[in-house]
Design a protein around this ligand. Structure first.
Ligand SMILES: C[S@@+](CC[C@H](N)C(=O)[O-])C[C@H]1O[C@@H](n2cnc3c(N)ncnc32)[C@H](O)[C@@H]1O
Length: 278
């Protein structure tokens, strides 16, 4: 069944046909991927075949696998997702790695995540820094419903404070942060390289920068968030694959640094405020 499912998704032009076929068939059979292979000889009933067929047809039309199975792994943990929230991407794990490194010597008391979506960054950081309080903001109530669900799933709902609002509007203006992260909407709406399934199914407010203003969020986060950092604090912003080149003029400014991801793409802009003089 897995081989035929994979062949079907291949014909539909799905890039990760094998992985998606395994995840969808496992989901239809009520198994995880490992048990799919351990139970290869298990008889399959007609109802399960029909369920798998429905999922594969929907995937073939572009619906994200993570929506179809209801979750996606991020930083080694499951996060619940569905229509209305961005599916966490592996490249965003670099934000968590860098934030953890920054907080190694002096763990931050308070962390900010702007555009939290599923809460994958805020929750991963709450787990990495067990004494920290985390403010997680998003303009989308639908996304925040998933973030709340995920905070409960991972037992950090007491320390991850969810705020609905535009940018920092909903967080108290006196709060200062040792660490801030953001994976803002940075896709150019005119980008023809964007997967049509992503464009059709994932929320536009999570994907797209304002038309004609691709660096809107970098500029906005720089002016709104940097003044909220404690001395020596860091803001880490995820960048689109072609964004760092446009920010070249900033790279030599003190406190600015760009970090590559595993594919060598300049992926994260870090802005660090000067440490307090001793
Ligand atoms: C690229 S998604 C990132 C989601 C999640 N942090 C992740 O890495 O998977 C951007 C998020 O920013 C939110 N967003 C868009 N405009 C916003 C605004 N003006 N203020 C706050 N959040 C906003 C979207 O709803 C979306 O959840």
């Amino acid at each position: 069944m897995v081989a035929r499912s994979r062949a079907f998704l291949d014909r539909k032009g799905i890039a990760e046909a094998r992985l998606d076929a395994e995840l969808l068939v496992a989901h239809a059979l009520g198994l995880d991927r490992l048990h799919l292979f351990l139970e290869l000889d298990r008889p399959v009933v007609e109802e399960e075949v029909a369920r798998a067929r429905d999922l594969l047809v929907r995937r073939g039309k572009g619906e994200p696998t993570a929506y179809l199975v209801g979750e996606r792994e991020f930083y080694g943990r499951p996060f619940r997702v569905g229509p209305g929230v961005l599916v966490p991407r592996p490249e965003s794990e670099l934000l968590v790695d860098l934030a953890r490194e920054r907080g190694e010597a002096a763990p931050p008391d308070r962390i900010l995540d702007v555009g939290t979506g599923s809460g994958c960054l805020a929750i991963s950081l709450a787990l990495a820094f067990p004494a920290a309080e985390v403010d997680a903001v998003d303009i989308s109530e639908a996304a925040l419903a998933f973030a709340l669900d995920n905070a409960r799933l991972h037992g950090v709902e007491e320390r991850v404070h969810l705020h609905v609002g535009d940018g920092l509007a909903a967080v108290p203006s006196a709060t200062r942060y040792g660490l801030a992260v953001s994976n803002p909407p940075y896709v150019d709406p005119a980008d023809e390289a964007l997967d049509p399934g992503v464009r059709a199914f994932e929320p536009a407010e999570a994907l797209f920068a304002p038309a004609g203003h691709p660096d809107y969020w970098v500029e906005r986060l720089r002016s709104e968030v940097v003044p909220r950092l404690v001395p020596g604090g860091s803001l880490l912003i995820e960048l689109g694959y072609d964004q760092a080149a446009r920010l070249a003029a900033w790279k030599d400014e003190p406190g600015f640094r760009v970090w590559p991801d595993l594919a060598g793409i300049e992926r994260v802009l870090e802005i660090t405020t000067p440490a307090r003089a001793t």
